[in-house]
Design a protein around this ligand. Structure first.
Ligand SMILES: N[C@@H](CCC(=O)N[C@@H](CS)C(=O)NCC(=O)O)C(=O)O
Length: 201
């Protein structure tokens, strides 16, 4: 199995963490999609990473689809509840975390533009998504059921990758203020080998 990605992408990190947690052997192909000569479009017409190439030659993208594929392999530990509606609720939290990442990526890209060309309304809109998303994630984490529960799941991994990305790119640097449960969650997860081995440098 090959994981096509880049070391700094939080979506790619999510898949790497899941592969490591499940102890599935894989080859990491570092191919930042925006670099000259990238071959990512050969695997994903959208030109985005992650893309997963199976040993049978099939390609899966984007990250929630890859997560679903890896769960279908029935390799322990299972990272979604067995009951379909409960699994959907966990996936919704993972989607919320991905949405916060999407907004954070949009902020990073907009901030790279010349200050005179930045769209302030757009920046405010993206910051709103990040902050409201984090507030909702803090609520889920405090409930301790579908996020921050007893056994590791896809929502935990997605949220930790999102928060790792916020730290890495210095987006919403005060996110931990008044979000104590999220802090505890990421401290616990960042201590795992799967997260230590995939930390963006
Ligand atoms: N929804 C996608 C998002 C993937 C994504 O946006 N990846 C970024 C890297 S962080 C990318 O490949 N960007 C290149 C581009 O948008 O052309 C997923 O979950 O896989």
């Amino acid at each position: 199995m090959k994981l096509i990605g880049s070391y700094t992408s939080p979506y790619v990190r999510k898949i790497s963490v899941i592969l490591l947690e499940k102890d599935i052997p894989f080859e990491f192909v570092n191919d930042p999609p925006t670099s000259a000569g990238s071959k990512v479009t050969e695997f994903n017409p959208l030109g985005k990473v992650p893309a997963l190439l199976t040993d049978e030659g099939e390609v899966f993208y984007d990250s929630p689809i890859i997560v679903q594929y890896l769960e279908l392999l029935n390799i322990a530990p299972t990272l979604l509840p067995w009951e379909p509606l409960e699994a959907l609720r966990v996936k919704q939290i993972a989607a919320l975390a991905d949405g916060v990442t999407d907004a954070a990526v949009a902020l990073v890209l907009e901030n790279r533009r010349d200050a005179s060309q930045r769209n302030e309304q757009w920046l405010i809109r993206q910051r709103g998504k990040v902050l409201r998303g984090l507030d909702q994630l803090e609520k889920y984490a405090s409930e301790g059921q579908r996020l921050n529960g007893e056994s590791l799941n896809v929502a935990d991994i997605s949220v930790a990758c999102t928060l790792g990305y916020l730290n890495f790119r210095h987006i919403a640097p005060g996110w931990c203020v008044e979000r104590p449960t999220l802090i505890k969650l990421v401290e616990r997860l960042f201590a795992r080998e799967s997260f230590a081995r995939t930390r963006p440098s």
